[in-house]
Design a protein around this ligand. Structure first.
Ligand code: SAM
Length: 280
């Protein structure tokens, strides 16, 4: 049932898009001292050596993070890219690119004394990899279902909550399940900042997720979509989408600027759209 392993895809263009958005959200949240609970409902392994057999097999990172790494001096001067690339350098064992950090790494990297992080992972092997990482002591590793785990943990003790939902969408029903979970969670914690990643595939199933959130009455949903090609031009995933519910003020401009600077790395067909899916 759980056949997906993120190690085969680590560092691809979708990871870059997702983790840049995650980092940008963190930048805004960290401006205030108020404690934050972070939840990563689908955590994966946390850190991916690029030489590992799974990652080296498809080498998807070559079309993703490796392009940014090689172009980093040319990209300098775009605020989000500057801080993100500096953090990425800290995940390496030396001066060259040899690891790609997953969402648990990005979230724990800037965890403060007053913050908490809960990492859910259902796959036993992935959970074992993850819980072997030496993240901060305020990190809890939960072997279990992330959507159910999120709902049962609400409300949290801290005044602020930030959630990343990043499923593998192996099952069609996951689009609907994610929407239902987010609608329930937002009823319990109205001010939560929730990020949801989704793939752009020719079948267009992500529309179920987007429409269910809108039709469920959720407001303030910002959308960022990076597409490398038109649908059908490439086999499989042609783009990566991120929704941010309750985005911090100024987030959209910051992401749009960074993605605009990155588009030339992926050639003339690459596009980015950053806009409101549902306004306030
Ligand atoms: N968020 C990670 C990152 O950015 O580095 C990547 C996550 S990967 C796309 C999805 C992960 O969710 C896989 O490791 C998979 O084993 C796990 N998973 C699948 N179903 C799950 C569930 N119901 N609850 C928690 N984890 C699940």
């Amino acid at each position: 049932m759980l056949s997906y392993q993120h190690a085969y895809h680590a560092g691809n263009f979708a990871d870059v898009h997702k983790h840049l958005t995650l980092y940008a959200v963190g930048d805004y949240l960290l401006r205030k001292k108020t404690p934050i609970t972070y939840m990563d409902t689908h955590a994966g392994r946390g850190l991916y050596p690029l030489a590992a057999a799974e990652t080296a097999r498809l080498q998807e990172y070559q079309d993703g993070v490796a392009r940014l790494w090689e172009a980093r001096s040319r990209l300098a001067g775009t605020p989000l890219l500057d801080v993100w690339l500096a953090a990425l350098a800290e995940a390496q064992s030396g001066a060259s690119l040899d690891h790609y950090p997953g969402s648990p790494w990005w979230l724990s990297h800037r965890l403060r004394e007053q913050d908490q992080l809960r990492l859910f992972e259902l796959h036993p092997g992935e959970h074992e990899h993850l819980s072997g990482q030496a993240f901060a002591s305020r990190v809890r590793y939960v072997h279990g279902d992330g959507l159910a785990g999120l709902l049962s943990a609400l409300p949290v003790k801290t005044p602020r909550l930030c959630v990343l939902i990043d499923p593998s969408y192996e099952r069609k029903a996951e689009y609907e399940e994610v929407a239902e979970t987010v609608l329930l969670a937002m009823r319990k914690v109205r001010h939560a900042v929730v990020m949801i990643w989704y793939p752009l595939l020719p079948a267009g199933r992500h529309q179920v997720l987007l429409e269910s959130l809108r039709d469920g009455g959720l407001r303030k949903i910002w959308r960022s979509e990076l597409t490398l090609d038109d649908p059908g031009e490439r086999h499989g995933m042609y783009g990566s989408g991120m929704l941010v519910v309750n985005p911090p003020w100024g987030l959209g401009e910051r992401i749009n600027e960074a993605m605009g600077a990155l588009l030339p790395l992926w050639g003339p067909s690459a596009r980015h759209r950053g806009d409101w899916w549902v306004e306030e």
